[in-house]
Design a binder for this molecule. Structure first.
Ligand SMILES: [Zn+2]
Length: 210
């Protein structure tokens, strides 16, 4: 993994300076890919696509802004960007607020945020904790799946893959298998067989595929 420059941004609401790191090169060696679409790759770290200003807490999409500057990591401290704070990944509360405040008007933005919410819950299982802490969690999990199913369609294999996953969480294994069987993307084909086996074994939680 070879680090690239840090990219510096200004909050569109309050002009607070923030930065994210970048990679000149990375790889997916030792990466783990999960059935909910999450890739955890120690040698290919990612930066937030949506973030909360560290000063005024307003939410914004990083890709909608142009960086105001770039700076080599080792030069940051002595540069005019020394006071910039590192961008943080949104937490569950931020993601829900982004939806409430209309930060995601586009369908693909809503899908992105709702998939992040799904990952937030599944991360608990990945870390060996229960999926829900209380009944409120369970309601949120269920409503998020309902909304995602409304947003996804069968015109896109990746969407279909996620739809099958959501049906599997709901123990609708036959519907999940039907969706999996109609996926044509060769990149996903390798995972489809593993997921069909999971359906046959009535496994209804996220699984590691690679
Ligand atoms: Zn701000």
């Amino acid at each position: 993994m070879l680090p690239g420059p840090n990219y510096i941004y200004q909050c569109p609401t309050c002009n607070n300076l923030m930065y994210h790191e970048s990679l000149a090169s990375g790889n997916t060696f030792n990466a783990a890919f999960y059935s909910d679409g999450k890739l955890i790759s120690p040698d290919l770290p990612s930066y937030p696509k949506i973030t909360k200003c560290t000063s005024c807490r307003s939410l914004f999409w990083v890709g909608h802004l142009e960086p105001v500057a770039s700076c080599e990591p080792e030069d940051m401290e002595s540069s005019e960007w020394a006071s910039a704070s590192e961008m943080q990944f949104p937490d569950l509360f931020d993601l829900l607020r982004a939806l409430d405040e209309g930060c995601a008007p586009m369908r693909n933005e809503k899908i992105f945020i709702r998939q992040q919410i799904l990952w937030f819950f599944n991360d608990r299982l990945r870390a060996g904790y229960p999926l829900f802490r209380d009944q409120k969690d369970q309601l949120l999990w269920n409503s998020n799946i309902d909304e995602l199913l409304l947003l996804l369609g069968t015109a896109n294999d990746h969407h279909q893959f996620l739809m099958a996953e959501l049906h599997r969480y709901r123990r609708k294994f036959r519907q999940a298998v039907d969706l999996l069987n109609s996926i044509e993307d060769p990149e996903l084909k390798g995972y489809v067989a593993k997921l069909i086996t999971a359906c046959e074994m009535e496994v209804s939680t996220v699984i590691r595929l690679e």
